[in-house]
Each structure stands twice: as structure tokens, then as C-alpha cells.
Unconditional design. Structure first.
Length: 95
């Protein structure tokens, strides 16, 4: 949902609510090399946060993440640090 996506302003330090579970996609297997489809790893991080009841999925700078479509459940934030990039994989057969 649109309300579940939050923008981190440039030069802002990443800070999430202490009551949220933070799920770093790199710790769930994402490479952030803008070549590998990190969609499955990002989705694992999303499920880990959702399993905790609520949370923030973190995409850290200076990584560039390429992904197939993602499903973001309610009460889960997607936080993209300034300098991090999330792009869609353009090969539709990989969706």
C-alpha cells in the first residue's frame, strides 16, 4: 500500500521506531549489486518483519537492488536509505 512506503530525506540519518523489527535485506541474502535479482531476499526480509507483527525492511546505501515484484503487507515499512537504489527487473519472464 502507498501508505506503507516512507521516504528518507537526503542527509537524514536512518532511524526507525524502536518498537519495530528492523530487517536488513543484506542479512537475508540480498547482494545489492544491481545485477542479481534480490527480490527473493527482499521478500524474505519482508516476511521476517511481518512475522514480528510489524517492522521496517532496510535497503542500505550504497547498494543498488534489482528486484522482481514485491508484496508488502500492512504494518511493514520499506525504508530506502539515501544513496540506495531499488529498481525493477525489466525482463518480464523473471516476474
Amino acid at each position: 500500500m502507498l501508505n506503507d512506503v516512507y521516504e528518507v530525506k537526503e542527509n537524514a540519518r536512518l532511524k526507525t521506531d524502536d518498537t519495530l523489527a528492523d530487517c536488513d535485506v543484506l542479512q537475508h541474502g540480498a547482494l545489492g549489486d544491481n545485477i542479481t535479482d534480490d527480490g527473493a531476499a527482499i521478500q524474505r526480509a519482508i516476511h521476517a518483519c511481518a512475522g514480528a507483527g510489524r517492522g521496517a525492511v532496510l535497503l542500505r546505501a550504497p547498494h543498488s537492488f534489482a528486484s522482481s515484484p514485491l508484496e508488502l503487507p500492512s504494518h511493514t515499512k520499506l525504508v530506502i536509505e539515501p544513496g540506495a537504489v531499488l529498481t525493477a527487473i525489466l525482463k518480464i519472464n523473471q516476474w
